[in-house]
Design a protein around this ligand. Structure first.
Ligand code: SAM
Ligand code: SF4
Ligand code: SF4
Length: 331
């Protein structure tokens, strides 16, 4: 029988999110505000970033410890050159491979990623209105380009696609119904995410969080759906027209109790919570010649001592000063 690694709260290690780069072609104001993430920002150097062989080796060790789902993220994962080569390596492992992307480079890369074995894709899209999109993403890219990315991914069999929308007050709450309308009658589920206090650069305040309850109130006749699996973080609902929406209630209705996710930063540090301020360096021991068993022991010890439940104790916690940024740790 398969044995799982569990933490102090009985949570298994099942999912691994891997940041393949800390760079991005967007400057979303809530994630990489341009004033901070300018050209002089100390991004990771090339030799600090895990190679595909190193990522694949770490994934094989995580698989031996129970991980069954890998999500490639960043930064913007599609900025990592030849990413399809990594996907084809990981496709040989017994894991589902997903990716979260801002979508604008999908027309170029979706065919090779699909052919390499990518299973699923989530595209982030915060607005349908071009002006609102431009003010959030601060990048010169357009909604039309993201839409073209979604079409490209669907056309090579990467559907059903999920859309992630971070909702921030006085920014894009007006977009919620328009987004649902735009994707209705298509096999695309939109998930609205409560704006979170990750990192230290976005100037987060609780007043800017549009709660899941407020979002539910915007719709009539939402039918709750049964969770697909235990680690599904979205609360899913069916709309009267048959389409599905999800709410990711990280702030107002936290779900740490079933958080089975670990994160690997682009420089190979293991973070057991999105709100951690320090990670366990796996890349240095790997490069120093440690065996798979030795690396597995480091991970086991780290996960078995895990106590993280930041979102459940957010109001009591004041240690926001050193939190790592989402673009580094991998959203
Ligand atoms: N660049 C890719 C993208 O945007 O899809 C992948 C990385 S991004 C960090 C992953 C997800 O994190 C995106 O859906 C983004 O909207 C979300 N995100 C970033 N900062 C956030 C915040 N402060 N609160 C909630 N979600 C956030
Ligand atoms: Fe880039 Fe994604 Fe962060 Fe936006 S949310 S700045 S696209 S990493
Ligand atoms: Fe998981 Fe940490 Fe988020 Fe809780 S706060 S759900 S432990 S990542």
């Amino acid at each position: 029988m398969e044995s799982y690694l569990v933490d102090t709260l009985g949570r298994q290690l099942r999912d691994l999110r891997i940041s393949v780069t800390d760079r991005c072609n967007f400057r979303c104001t809530y994630c990489m505000p341009r004033e901070i993430f300018g050209s002089d920002f100390p991004y990771l150097e090339r030799n600090q970033i895990m190679s595909f062989d190193e990522i694949d080796r770490l994934v094989s060790i995580f698989v031996s410890l129970g991980v069954r789902k890998v999500r490639l993220t960043g930064g913007e994962p599609l900025l990592r050159r030849n990413l399809h080569e990594l996907v084809s390596m990981l496709a040989l492992r017994p894991v589902e491979i997903a990716m979260t992307t801002n979508g604008v480079l999908l027309p170029r890369y979706a065919p090779s990623l699909s052919a390499a074995g990518l299973d699923r894709i989530t595209v982030s899209l915060d607005a349908i209105d071009e002006a609102t999109f431009a003010s959030i993403t601060d990048s010169g890219h357009t909604v039309a380009a993201v839409m073209a990315g979604i079409e490209a991914a669907e056309s090579v069999g990467l559907g059903p696609i999920k859309i992630n929308t971070v909702v921030k007050r006085n920014s894009n709450e007006e977009e919620i119904l328009d987004l649902v309308e735009r994707f209705s009658n298509r096999d695309i589920a939109i998930r609205f995410i409560e704006y979170m206090d990750v990192g230290t650069t976005n100037g987060w305040s609780l007043d800017e969080v549009v709660s899941a309850e407020e979002i539910r109130d915007m719709f009539n006749d939402l039918q709750p759906l049964i969770p697909k699996n235990e680690s599904d973080v979205a609360k899913r609902y069916r709309l009267p027209n048959g389409s599905e929406i999800g709410l990711i209630t990280s702030v107002t209705e936290p779900f740490c109790g079933n958080c089975t996710r670990a994160r690997l930063s682009a420089d190979g540090r293991l973070f057991t919570c999105l709100f951690s301020n320090k990670g366990l360096d796996l890349l240095t021991p790997l490069r120093a010649g440690n065996s798979d068993q030795e690396i597995a022991s480091l991970i086991k010890s780290n996960w078995s001592h895990r106590e993280d439940r930041y979102s459940e104790i957010r109001s009591e916690s004041s240690d926001a000063m050193n939190r790592v940024e989402m673009s580094y740790i991998g959203g």
